[in-house]
Each structure stands twice: as structure tokens, then as C-alpha cells.
Design a protein. Sequence first.
Length: 277
Amino acid sequence: MAFRCTKAPKDPVATLAYHPWDMAIDAFQVSPRTWYVSGQTWVGAYLIETSEGCILIDTAIPESAYMLVNGIYQSGHKPSDIKKILLSHAHFDHCGAAALMQHLTGAELWMSKEDWEFYQKVPEETLVLDKDSHPQDFKVDHFYSDDTPVTLGDISIRTMLTPGHTIGCTSFFWEEVNPADGKTYTVAMHGGVGANTMNDQYYSTSKMLTPALRDRFFADEAKLEAMHVDIALPSHPNQIEIVDRAGQYTNENNIYYDETVWADFIRERVRQVKALM
Ligand SMILES: [Zn+2]
């Protein structure tokens, strides 16, 4: 199915804090090795199965951590299977539950050096952003290097620094073999594309973000668009609609496979940022 995005939900933090059932969703598979496990429809978290345990991308907020843990079990795994946690960027909605998940799993925690510094210097622009969410301070074990993939067992995740939404926003690319057809698929998740931090009003109050980051976001468009991605995953599921087919994926029915979605998604996000200028 071609690329489609939908509207961002209204008041998602308060919803998850006070009436989470409005946003609850069971874990669902999106590719041969990857499951959507956040348990809620606002922020994505992905569990990738490898031959030596699991990788978790993003953790969402502490208020929905029990939904994430439930999603991990629904995917057929348990928290202690997770060996590496990869964070896309330093905003609370992606790393708010990082400390909790790190303690629960014993996994290594990874982030970009750039966003670690952003968080250290201005937590009020990263981790502590919403009165209804209560993130815990966390410690990063490893920084990404775009030259060295993050490997666990038979899965290697290539990282790419894609600044714009934050200073150290990081995108992920990896390969999975589908046992049903024997083909290798490239799966990707862009680290963050929200225009909320790429506009002049935001820059006028931010302590660290500047219009140069927006320029970099535009400069990366051609490079990102040209990358071959078979299965494009959203960091927020409204940005690339996937929830509409939750529970329908099987290896024989590879419904999220569409080589056109990634480039269309990148173009649409650049268009949205330009529309605010
Ligand atoms: Zn963000």
C-alpha cells in the first residue's frame, strides 16, 4: 500500500497518563524480524529479533512502559531477551522510559553523542517537556558511529546521523531475510521528522537548536530519498500509516513491503517543514 500519513493525535501524553485504553494496541509484526511493541498508537517502539537476543528501538514514555512490556511479551519475547536499546533522539516521548527499560532488561543503552549532549545541557528541551510525563534520568553506554553498525547476532543496524528535528537525531537501516520467499529486505526508521522543532518560533526560544539544523534537514533530503528501503517504519505511527493493518502481517503476506513509501515519506516531511517557513 502506498505512503499515507494521518493527523497526529490530540493530547497524547494526557491520554496515556489518564485514559490509556483510548490509545492501547496489541503488538503487531511489521517485517520478518520486527514487531511494533510500544502498546500504544502515539509513539512507536520496535523489537527486532536476532540470533542472539533482541534489539529495542525507542522506549516511549514511563506512563506507557507497562504497555511496552506487555507488547514485548505479546511478540513472544521477554524483557531480559533485550540486549541493546537504541534511542532515535533525546525527546521524552522516545527516551522517557529509557532508564526504566535499561534497568528492567539489563541492556546496553545507545544514543548519538550529539543528542546526549543536547539532553545534558538542556533537559527542559528534551527529556522534561510535558507536565503529565515523568521521565527518569538515564545514562548512555555507547554512542553511535555511522561507520560502524550496531550488531547483535545476525542483525546489523546501520545508523545515520540525520539532524534537524534534534541535533543528534539518528536514523536506522537494517536487512532481514524473509524465510517465506528467501529475499532480503531493507527495513528503516527515520529518527525524527517533526516540524515542531524546525520553525522560527521554536528557534527563537531554543537554547541549542538553530536554523542551520533545518538547512541540514533539507540538505539530506536527496541523499535519504535515494536510499533503497523496502519496509519504511515510522517513529510515530501517524507519520507513515501502519496501524491500519495491525495484525495482518505474515511472512507470506508481507503487507508493509513497498519500495516507494520511504522516498514519498521523506518528501512529505520536507514539504511540511517548508510550509512553516
Ligand atoms: Zn522528537
